[in-house]
Design a protein around this ligand. Structure first.
Ligand code: S3P
Length: 429
């Protein structure tokens, strides 16, 4: 499905963006293992998280969903209550679903198999398969177990001491889940800068976690059911904030958005580039900070975004390219090689499509360099079926001359159903 976007003069208004995708996955995963009922509010009813819900249902977990109220009730089966699925599980487009399910399934004394869509079947899984194998799981798959479909014979795990090869919260989540079923402690070192939602929520639910310097370990321990309130997704809010930042005279307020520091890299970059960002009504619920953000558009300056900042803004990095087209001078993002193994190669995707729109952008191995400000032109552009590329191009379209047509627009339902309507409701011509 194509989506057409016309240029806008400014964005104005106030919105509450949908629930955080990463925390929604974790809420349902940990809730399924808790001893009793977990209620989740502001759950993200989007394709990725519903994929995790469906996989858990196939393992025998009863989950009641109330999409209108954005609520889930999970009847947790305790650590040892899952049952062998009678068919292949499907993670759809979601690497968080597949990698976390691999960790969970590795701990179960039964056979299971998991696959995903064409994009997910092309993404690397060795990063979780390898440590899970060294804990004792048998995992087979294409390319020596690096690509789905994957088959798992789990159970009988022993804890390991593992150093992460990349700062990935998905690997940490997989190993923490497996660690709940392993003999002894499972210790994970590295990746301090990646999002820490797993650790925060597991702690709320009473897991036996221990923290060292750049290290976390877990031992088998019952999880207590709790009420989980999910904040708005900063990664979804980022598109609206970027749009407000690049259109002078804009002012957008996003309410109740998650402000976990391991996710807030984009805010500090936008701020350093000159956008006016004001935080208010700060609170903490379910061990996650949240608040309201007000963003005003003004003149922006290009900047260097170094590798150390990437983990806290990994999903927003392509959006920096769009902001960079409207900032004075050079904006360079480096150390973001991980973008090449996301839903699509996000470096090539954003550079090629922005160039088509007239941006002065050069692709680099670990990122890009964009020189601005430049006048963009509306074109037919390709989202490559990647939700974050589609939304980033929609932001670029707002400051282009003429209409932009974005392909495979339905992919925005992966993380932000209704994004097109929200953007339109804030747009003033
Ligand atoms: C996620 C972690 C990130 C992020 C993804 C969600 C998570 O991936 O890109 O959208 O929920 O843990 P990596 O951990 O592979 O960097």
């Amino acid at each position: 499905m194509e989506h057409r976007i016309k240029p806008a003069a400014r964005l104005r208004g106030e919105i509450t963006c949908p629930g955080d995708k990463s925390i929604s996955h974790r809420a349902v995963l940990f809730g399924a293992l808790a001893e009793g009922g977990t209620r989740v509010s502001n759950f993200l009813f989007a394709e990725d998280c519903l994929g995790t819900v469906e996989c858990l249902r196939r393992l025998g977990v009863h989950i009641e969903a109330d999409p209108a109220a954005k609520a889930l009730t999970i009847n947790g089966r305790g650590l040892h209550g899952l049952r062998e699925p009678n068919d292949i599980l499907n993670a759809g487009n979601s690497a968080t679903t597949m990698r976390s399910m691999l960790g969970l399934l590795a701990g179960q004394p039964f056979f299971s198999a998991i696959t995903g869509d064409a994009s997910l079947r092309g993404r690397p899984m060795r990063r979780v398969v390898e440590p899970l194998r060294s804990m004792g799981a048998t995992i087979l798959g294409r390319q020596g177990g690096d690509r789905a479909p994957l088959a798992i014979n789990g159970g009988g795990l022993v804890g390991i001491d593992y150093e992460l090869p990349v700062a990935s919260a998905q690997i940490r989540l997989a190993l923490l889940l497996a660690g709940l079923f392993a003999e002894g402690r499972t210790s994970i070192r590295g990746g301090r800068l990646a999002r820490d939602h797993s650790e925060r929520l597991l702690r709320c639910m009473g897991a036996d976690l221990a923290f060292g310097e750049d290290q976390v370990s877990i031992a088998p321990s019952p999880l207590h059911p709790v009420e989980i309130s999910i904040p708005g997704d900063l990664s979804s809010a980022a598109f609206l904030m970027a749009a407000a930042a690049i259109l002078p005279g804009s002012q957008v307020v996003v309410r109740g958005v998650g402000l976990n520091p391991t996710r807030a890299g984009f805010l500090s970059v936008l701020n350093s580039m000159g956008a006016m960002i004001i935080e208010s009504d700060l609170t903490e619920l379910s061990n996650e900070p949240r608040g309201n953000l007000s963003v005003s558009g003004t003149e922006l300056l290009g900047m260097e975004v170094e590798a150390s900042r990437i983990p806290a803004m990994i999903d927003e990095a392509p959006l920096i390219a769009v902001v960079g087209t409207q900032a004075r001078g050079v904006t360079r993002v480096s150390g973001a090689e991980e973008l090449r193994v996301k839903e699509t190669d996000r470096i090539t995707a954003i550079c090629s499509q922005l160039r088509l729109m007239g941006a002065a952008i050069e692709e680099e191995e670990g990122g890009f360099a964009v020189t601005g400000p430049s006048r963009l032109t509306g074109r037919e552009v390709d989202s490559f079926g990647d939700h974050r590329i589609a939304m980033a191009l929609a932001v670029a379209a707002l400051c282009a001359s003429g209409e932009t047509v974005i392909s495979s627009w339905e992919c925005v339902d992966i993380s932000f159903p209704g994004f097109g309507e929200v953007l339109e409701s804030l747009t003033h011509s």
